[in-house]
Write a protein that binds this ligand. Structure first.
Ligand SMILES: [Zn+2]
Length: 280
């Protein structure tokens, strides 16, 4: 049993469906030593997302959750998305900073918020490699293993990369000040899954009464990019849930909407099981 990633296996009759929640971890390691206030650092979390989908194993799915916090190391970034501004000394591996790194939200975040530095120090290469080895790699290994196993068994696999988003775009996002839909589906403009999967999710969630946007403003990042290969019948879709639906974003506490949303996701998973059984 790992202390950085939890894998919830299907209760019985497995179907080729894997959900992963990379950002809902709240176990803050002692060596994080961030300077920003914890309340600000915690805004990076997709708090409670794994719990929202906790019924998934009852519907035959595997549910994987990171236990470490996203601001410590972000599993939804490329492993080479290294921020040299944060680094004390040289990095021995490849460095391919993305636009997220420019915004201070690379593999290891430099900023807690646009105007709040995460640290009052630089991080050593050893410190960053340790986070990769201890957290990033085991998380990725768990997701890859679950997807490969179901793909080997069924010849196809469907993957939902589960997230939540602030109700309104903040200054570190691509849509500052703009209110978001209830759900945002991301398939990187149709490249990470068959169009039917995105369409199914959009229709089902809309019928459940939610406003659904596709690839706007979130298209999906590293986990769907890495695992979504529709030509091999590996279908990955990112789903962002508006935090307003289930919690008070300022204090990170669930509100009455949590149970309603969790019930709606049960119905979504039920429909998804039928969709997958019909397509596999
Ligand atoms: Zn997220």
């Amino acid at each position: 049993m790992s202390d950085v990633v939890l894998v919830h296996e299907p209760h019985d009759d497995a179907i080729p469906l894997v959900l992963d929640s990379p950002h809902s971890g709240t176990d803050y390691p002692p060596d994080f030593e961030h300077a920003a206030p914890r309340a600000v650092v915690r805004q990076a979390e997709d708090t409670f997302v794994a719990e929202l989908y906790e019924s998934a194993p009852r519907y035959g799915a595997t549910l994987i959750e990171a236990l470490f916090p996203r601001a410590y190391i972000d599993p939804n970034r490329h492993i080479a998305d290294i921020d040299t501004e944060l680094l004390a000394g040289a990095w021995s591996g490849p460095i391919m900073p993305s636009r997220k790194t420019e915004l201070g939200m690379g593999l290891v975040w430099r900023l807690a918020r646009a105007d709040v530095p995460m640290y009052d120090r630089k991080l050593s290469a050893a410190e960053i490699s340790n986070r990769i080895t201890r957290c990033y790699e085991p998380y990725h290994a768990a997701v890859s293993a679950a997807l490969d196993r179901r793909h080997a068994e069924f010849g196809a696999v469907w993957h939902i990369n589960c997230h939540s988003m602030p109700a309104i775009g903040d200054s570190m996002s691509d849509d500052p000040g703009r209110p978001r839909a209830d759900f945002v589906l991301g398939d990187r403009d149709g490249s990470t899954c068959e169009p039917e999967f995105t369409e199914f999710a959009k229709e089902t969630l809309s019928h459940l009464g939610y406003r659904v946007a596709v690839n706007d403003p979130y298209k999906g990042v590293e986990l769907v990019r890495m695992h979504g290969r529709p030509q091999e019948r590996r279908h990955s879709l990112q789903i962002e849930i508006n935090r307003m639906l289930y919690m008070d974003e300022a204090i990170l506490e669930k509100h009455a909407g949590f149970a309603t949303l969790q019930q709606a996701l049960v119905r979504f998973l039920e429909s998804l099981r039928s969709f997958i059984r019909a397509r596999r």
